[in-house]
Design a protein around this ligand. Sequence first.
Ligand SMILES: Cc1cc2nc3c(=O)[nH]c(=O)nc-3n(C[C@H](O)[C@H](O)[C@H](O)COP(=O)(O)OP(=O)(O)OC[C@H]3O[C@@H](n4cnc5c(N)ncnc54)[C@H](O)[C@@H]3O)c2cc1C
Length: 334
Amino acid sequence: VQGLPLAAKRRADNPRMVRWAGTDTVLGGLADGGEDRFTLLPHHLCTRLVQDTTGSSIAYAEVRDLARSREVRVAADNYVVAAGAVLTPQLLWASRIRPPALGRYLTEHPTTFCQVTLLQSLIGQATTSEHFSSQLLAYRERFPDDELPIPDDDPDPNVWIPVTEGRPWHAQINRDSFHYGDIPPHVDGRLIVDLRWFGLVDPRPENRVFFSDRYTDVHDMPQPTFDFAYSAEDGARLHRMMAEMIRAALAIGGFLPGAEPRFPIPGLPLHIAGTVRMGEDPQTSVVNTDSRVWGYGNLYLGGNGVIPTGTASNPTLTSIAMALKAADRMIAGG
Ligand SMILES: Cc1cc2nc3c(=O)[nH]c(=O)nc-3n(C[C@H](O)[C@H](O)[C@H](O)COP(=O)(O)OP(=O)(O)OC[C@H]3O[C@@H](n4cnc5c(N)ncnc54)[C@H](O)[C@@H]3O)c2cc1C
């Protein structure tokens, strides 16, 4: 069990608060404009990538300015589509770039979830632990009537048990407020933790998102539809994962009524991957190992859709690693 790495920093001006990393953290000063070589077009939707006459290169991107209802053309040496694991293949489909693996091999973490109220014996250990003694003393001086030995401004717990050989799931214990993990109003939130175990599924071509040439979404882009099922092996792994989560839950507490162990519905983990997967074979992948679309010299893809294998852990860091490799290759000239 380890501390979960978080993309957050405690604020110097108010240490009770943290600042979470966002797009603005990545862009830095670029987000505010004023840099000649960088332009951000907010409220613009890329509707199509138009190929040149060779059919192996993108000539320009058609972009719709949603605020002013006008079309813009963007021409570049290289094009990178990083529109999420569903809308990246949507844009390729709309552009009639339709390799056989597009939208296929879709993976997502199957998840198990429950909430427990912590055992009294564990809470009691906070009182005797040297680790917490100075914080607790200071807290007791401020709030002598609080019966719980947990300062109410203590950061929410965030721990994980990483994937290990023979145990292909990622365990997180935290106090999150996903909509499926609210704290009931009559229970002190310091007594509750959420257990969220993320498993993996094997990538299979029949698990897919596919697009319609007839029906469209609200932006007139091809409508996505999903075909997704667990294989027998996926199901067996999921069953073992549930058993382990229940064992861990009972070791630290009792189930919070209404939040007993369950399988949240597919889609809820928000970690779809594989839909424009990386690989070495154009028949079973969409991009090569530099994230470049097979058959196109100047079209690259980024994001979780590129991840080719089943994964149990949160995906963003993996996608960033792949994006950095692609960026290095682009800078080096393809
Ligand atoms: C509630 C929640 C919690 C999460 N927690 C974690 C976590 O703890 N750890 C972790 O690793 N990951 C987490 N994730 C996943 C993480 O958010 C994604 O991995 C990450 O955002 C992917 O980044 P991206 O830039 O590839 O795609 P996105 O962040 O999805 O960005 C894609 C962008 O493209 C835009 N777009 C789409 N189509 C078009 C188009 N045609 N033209 C122009 N723009 C377009 C979209 O509007 C969007 O802004 C979480 C996700 C959610 C929703």
